[in-house]
Design a binder for this molecule. Structure first.
Ligand code: ADP
Length: 576
């Protein structure tokens, strides 16, 4: 049948058309309607705008020729590449080449190809594919070139197939292997170089770091050494200072001890004659004066003795001389020796003991000082109408965590000295055992004192391996509690002087004072207690009293010289 697009052959079996146009030799593509004819011989006639076409249909045969496919052309950057040129990637003509090696820089290249069928070359069709890059065949119709850009380095195969004008394909087609070499910086040796450079850099970094660390360590070591040297010199300086301080302390203690000794001798020389004169003095005035001399000399002596005791304890020269003694009897005697003072001050004095007998290893002289001081304070700080109670009993020791377990678990004698006096403020309590500490240390204070007593008491209690506690409430009173371990397990052999002593008595009478090593005349003789009543107490300072005592003593002494030359001579000798 004719159309205005050429002639068409219809196959009713397959229901397909095959078209023929001007390229197949027709007069034109345009045919006229109705201008057709079939002759008796079977020849067909079709008229068109340019004439008539006549043919026998059986003469029209299909082109079954399978066209060979060849790659005809190769271009890089749109320029044909000849195998003849120097540096050409082609060794032979592209049609014969089986493989092609291209540099990475040949970014754009193209192939030209052809199907060798000349029946109707313009109708030959093509398809190509770059294996390893294209997934599918690129159907390019009658186009005869293929262009690729920017292929990665690697191996590829370029395949092209084609068909003749009748669609008979040469499936095998033509192929050429293409190798795109990587740039130098992507080659294996470049990678090897990178690796070596990386390893070298890492090694360099490690070395550098090691060096820096070593340098830092050396600097630190130097700094430490310098600091150590500084600390050492500082230590040496401190040691030297400590040594100097120790020496100074030693000198001070010695000075204290010596000066106290020096004070004690003249004081005893004042006291002895003053007492004797007091016994004889007929007039009331001289009696009063003599009493004054005696009392103040006593007070000075007590102070000096306390200082001596403290310096001895401090230097470690004080040695406990414990012996088994009856504690209850001893305490009762000592308490009762304050009876007359209690009466004078209108203070109720009581003594209680839960146990009838308590055998305790103690140093009588030192325990006297302990309780004398505690009782003296109780009387001093309790106003008229108050109470002072001493009670003792047995109990578990309370030696705190700072003592050895063996000592902490000991049974102990517990002695409380209670008063209903002025009490001590809670914030002052931790300090009252400090040397020279007084709750009221103002110059206008009501109560006399030096702040040595309790420090001495604490040291003496600790010398007994005991413990001293205090509880107090302002305006209600104070309780001083002494714990003394029972038995002798806590004592060192050199601290025990005897194994058994029958009874212990407190010498609380009046009479000649005993000036023993750690003696305390007022302890033994409460008669010397000086009243705090301002009416009867002149407000002299110790140094004034000392001066007055010496003057008075000088006056008395000169009187005595006349009556007893021999005695004066001997005493004057002792004074010197
Ligand atoms: P002092 O020579 O001043 O009495 P102590 O060492 O014996 O020295 O006492 C120190 C201070 O503790 C005293 O000044 C006093 O303020 C206070 N103190 C001691 N015992 C008592 C007490 N029983 N009641 C109230 N205060 C006390």
């Amino acid at each position: 049948m004719s159309t205005n697009q050429g002639l068409s052959k219809f196959n009713p079996r397959t229901r397909t058309f095959k078209n023929y146009d001007v390229k197949d030799g027709l007069q034109d593509n345009e045919f006229n309607a109705g201008a057709y004819f079939k002759s008796a011989s079977g020849k067909l006639f079709f008229g068109g705008v340019n004439g008539v076409n006549a043919f026998y249909p059986e003469d029209i045969r299909e082109n079954s020729h399978v066209p060979p496919i060849v790659i005809t052309d190769f271009q890089i950057f749109n320029r044909a590449v000849s195998f003849k040129a120097s540096n050409s990637p082609l060794q032979k003509s592209i049609a014969e080449a089986k493989a092609l090696t291209l540099p990475y820089s040949a970014k754009v290249f193209s192939f030209g190809f052809a199907a060798l069928d000349y029946t109707e070359p313009a109708k030959n069709r093509y398809a190509y594919k770059m294996e390893n890059f294209d997934r599918d065949w690129q159907q390019v119709g009658t186009s005869r070139t293929a262009t690729y850009t920017n292929l990665n380095p690697g191996r590829y195969v370029f395949r092209v197939k084609g068909s003749n004008n009748d669609g008979v394909w040469n499936e095998e087609g033509a192929a050429i292997q293409i190798i795109i070499t990587p740039p130098w910086w992507k080659t294996w040796w470049a990678y090897a170089l990178y690796m070596i450079a990386g390893v070298a850099a890492l090694a360099g970094f490690v070395k550098r770091r090691e060096y820096a660390l070593r340098k830092r360590t050396r600097a630190l070591e130097a700094a430490v050494a310098e600091r150590t040297a500084q600390v050492q010199t500082q230590n040496e300086r401190l040691e030297a200072q400590a040594h100097k301080l120790q020496e100074a302390d030693h000198l001070k203690s010695n000075f204290f001890a010596n000066i106290s000794h020096e004070f004690r001798t003249p004081l005893t020389l004042i006291l002895g004659p003053a007492e004797q004169e007091l016994d004889k003095a007929p007039e009331e005035t001289s009696k009063r004066n003599l009493q004054l001399i005696k009392r103040n000399a006593q007070r000075l002596l007590r102070l000096i003795n306390q200082l001596l005791d403290l310096s001895r304890l401090e230097s470690g020269k004080a040695q406990l001389q414990a012996a088994p003694r009856k504690l209850v009897e001893f305490l009762k005697g000592l308490t009762m020796s304050f009876a007359s003072l209690a009466e004078r001050k209108r203070i109720a004095l009581q003594f209680h003991s839960q146990a009838e007998k308590l055998l305790v290893y103690f140093d009588q002289d030192k325990l006297e000082k302990i309780f004398y001081n505690l009782l003296s304070n109780a009387f001093k700080f309790t106003p008229e109408g108050g109470e002072v109670i001493v009670d003792c009993g047995l109990g578990n020791a309370d030696f705190g965590a700072d003592r050895a377990i063996a000592i902490r678990n000991l049974k102990s004698a517990i002695i409380n000295v209670r008063d209903t006096g002025i009490g001590i403020p809670a914030d002052r309590l931790p300090h009252i055992f400090d040397r020279f500490y007084q709750v009221d240390s103002s110059s206008t204070r009501e109560y006399e004192g030096t702040g040595i007593g309790l420090a001495l008491v604490k040291e003496l209690v600790e010398l007994h391996h005991g413990n001293l506690r205090v509880a107090s409430a302002v305006g209600k009173g104070s309780v001083f509690t002494v714990h003394l371990p029972l038995g002798k397990d806590h004592l060192r052999p050199e601290e025990i002087i005897a194994t058994a002593v029958k009874a212990t008595r407190v010498d609380s009478g009046f009479g000649t004072a005993d000036f023993g090593e750690m003696s305390a005349i007022p302890i033994r003789n409460p008669k010397f207690w000086r009243s705090n009543n301002p009416a009867t107490r002149p407000s002299f300072s110790s140094s004034k009293i000392m001066r007055i005592s010496v003057i008075l003593f000088g006056a008395i002494w000169s009187r005595r010289t006349k009556s007893s030359k021999r005695r004066t001579a001997s005493k004057a000798g002792r004074m010197r």
